[in-house]
Write a protein that binds this ligand. Structure first.
Ligand code: GLU
Length: 602
């Protein structure tokens, strides 16, 4: 790509010209017919949206690599999936660099402002210091907004491993936001489900509730403000966001949310300052490595619990020959392993820059073996049962106890949003990106930054606002996440990449896909389409609607599992590259309206 638009020739004044050249480069490429499964070669993109996937494919075809395509696709998702992701949020990116045979993870998680404290979500008007109701007061507040990390993550990824500049990677999304796109059922229903809180903010109402109604399915939607914001970033770079006019606008919005005259609920302002934005940095961290039946898994480490908790479950169930068991007996063990691993997650995991997490113990074979012995079949159906955390300390050299959640506070959290988006990209060189990004709730905080067309996240609701807790809010800390972008190297030399949105269900979705692939031998498309099962140390095990009535569901119930059908768990994407270079790229066929998988050469 530097061939055409070398970075050294690209000063701010040439960006407009670059945009024209860029768009004309893209113009002649025929669009692929959207489908949720694609087979071919020379790279692939799978995302929840055909327009975004097409942009990624166009970048690959114009010579860009997987990192370029992932950023361009993600920028486009910020336009067409603005209630799940965008520059007002954060995320975690796993990158496989083929020529170095190395996995890198980038943490672009939102960060708490310096004013954050454990009491931050207490009701300022409550004499007994009650917590504010989660919905709508905590989620739609300035309080919940963390310093966004997405842009820094894009920039870091491009600087280190991309061939495009950020300005170049943003151009296709600018075109999409300017020209507009057709409103689909998912977009319209996400506005409808948020209508009451979107209507509380002048800027959000003006953008997403034209005529005070959600945009009609089939109508054309433009986001000229977002196009202008992306253009500003293309011209001035990240300083515009973290130190310039956008920083001013973000701080103003957080401290003084743009509510309508009498909002239908109390909107509590936050305390983010310019210094908080100035201080933000993405972190490059080691990926979490787990071995499972000959596969080498790489996942996201802290502050995400994704890689560690999926790793713990896989290590526990590796001790059972799931493929030889009757399916209900196998899934019962997976469910029970999830229950135990979520107990450990709640007790020990938090931002590693703030808490000393007993990782060597938690990731040891001995601890997995001990947890395995806690699995019984059948169990007594009991909605009130919560598994206690295990003790990893005997399994590590450092015997000092870590800060641990009290059993009561460990039970608090399972409020995480069910929004977010995952995209998976590969290129002709064999590089792969597995990237989960979010603004937390569907619709984030619900607050559009006036004049700039993007929604601020409400990620700080992922903290557990009580002490003692490794995930308690603190100044500058990143809330524990569940995002689990995954890469896996199969014994036959194939490379798999997958991930999903869905808050804490992300972890169980990734486990379900892995078990279906490896233990039950399903191809990736079927492993993604299969009904989902999610136990998170709660009273019930959630399942995709319908599973509870199936033979498997009935047998699980007989084993003591209490199944709760829910409409939709996750919206995964993934890809598999075989040793001969053939790629299978997959998105959902139905969940979240279906996604779009495309390949460089079908
Ligand atoms: N806030 C969640 C997390 O970081 C993601 C939200 C979602 O997936 O909807 O784990």
């Amino acid at each position: 790509m530097r061939r055409f638009l070398g970075r050294r020739f690209l000063g701010p004044l040439t960006v407009a010209l670059a945009a024209v050249v860029w768009l004309s480069l893209l113009a002649p490429l025929p669009a692929q017919t959207p489908a949720n499964v694609a087979v071919g070669r020379l790279g692939a993109v799978a995302s929840v949206d055909a327009r975004a996937s097409q942009i990624g494919i166009d970048v690959l075809k114009a010579g860009g690599n997987a990192i370029d395509a992932a950023v361009a696709t993600s920028a486009a998702l910020g336009v067409v999936e603005p209630f799940s992701t965008g520059i007002g949020g954060g995320g975690f990116m796993l990158i496989y660099l083929k020529d170095q045979d190395r996995v890198i993870s980038i943490d672009g998680r939102e960060q708490a402002p310096a004013a954050a404290k454990v009491e931050m979500f207490q009701d300022p008007d409550s004499p007994t210091a009650e917590l504010l109701p989660f919905t709508p007061n905590r989620i739609s507040s300035g309080l919940a907004v963390g310093v966004p990390g997405t842009l820094t993550e894009w920039q870091e990824a491009l600087n280190r491993y991309g061939t495009l500049t950020l300005a170049e990677a943003l151009q296709p999304a600018i075109g999409l936001a300017q020209t507009g796109f057709e409103v689909d059922a998912t977009f319209a229903s996400q506005v409808a489900q948020n209508q009451a809180r979107f209507a509380a903010f002048r800027s959000t109402r003006a953008l997403y509730l034209p005529g005070d109604q959600p945009p009609a399915v089939g109508s054309s939607f433009k986001n000229l403000e977002l196009a202008k914001t992306y253009q500003l970033l293309a011209e001035r770079g990240l300083n515009a966001f973290y130190r310039g006019e956008l920083a001013q606008a973000i701080v103003q919005t957080v401290q003084n949310p743009p509510t309508v005259e009498s909002p239908p609920f109390r909107v509590i302002p936050g305390k983010m300052t310019l210094a908080d934005l100035d201080r933000y940095a993405a972190r490059v961290r080691p990926a979490v490595e787990t071995h499972y039946r000959g596969y080498r898994f790489y996942g996201m480490g802290l502050p995400s619990s994704g890689g560690i908790t999926t790793g713990e479950v896989l290590k526990i169930v590796e001790g059972f020959d799931l493929a030889q068991l009757e399916p209900a007996a196998a899934w019962h063990r997976v469910i029970e392993a999830e229950r135990l691993a979520f107990a450990d997650r709640a007790a020990y995991l938090g931002d590693p820059e703030y808490v000393d997490v007993p990782l060597p113990g938690l990731q040891s074979d001995g601890f997995a073996q001990l947890r395995r012995t806690a699995i019984r079949e059948p169990i007594t159906a009991d909605k009130t049962f919560r598994a206690p955390a295990g003790n990893p300390l005997p399994f590590q050299d450092d015997p000092s106890p870590s800060l641990t959640a009290s059993p009561v506070s460990a039970r608090l959290s399972d409020h995480e949003g069910r929004s977010t988006t995952h995209l998976t990209v590969s290129d002709r060189f064999g590089n792969v990106v597995s990237y989960t990004n979010t603004i937390e709730s569907t619709g984030g905080s619900g607050i559009v930054v006036p004049g700039y067309g993007f929604i601020l996240n409400n990620e700080l609701t992922d903290f557990d606002p009580m002490r003692p807790h490794p995930n308690a809010p603190e100044p500058g800390k990143r809330p524990r996440s569940s995002m689990a972008p995954t890469l896996a190297f199969a014994p036959d030399g194939s490379l798999l990449a997958f991930g999903s949105p869905g808050g804490s269900t992300i972890i169980t979705t990734v486990i379900g896909i892995a078990v279906n692939l490896i233990d039950f031998g399903l191809p990736l498309d079927q492993a993604i389409a299969a009904p989902r099962i999610s136990q998170r140390n709660g009273g019930v095990t959630q399942v995709d609607s319908g599973l509870e009535q199936s033979e498997l569901g009935q047998k699980l119930t007989a084993l003591g599992q209490i199944l709760e059908p829910v409409p939709e768990i996750g919206a995964a994407t993934g890809l598999m590259i075989q040793p001969d270079g053939r790629i299978l790229a997959v998105a959902e066929s139905k969940r979240r309206g279906g996604g779009a998988a495309m390949v460089g050469q079908p």
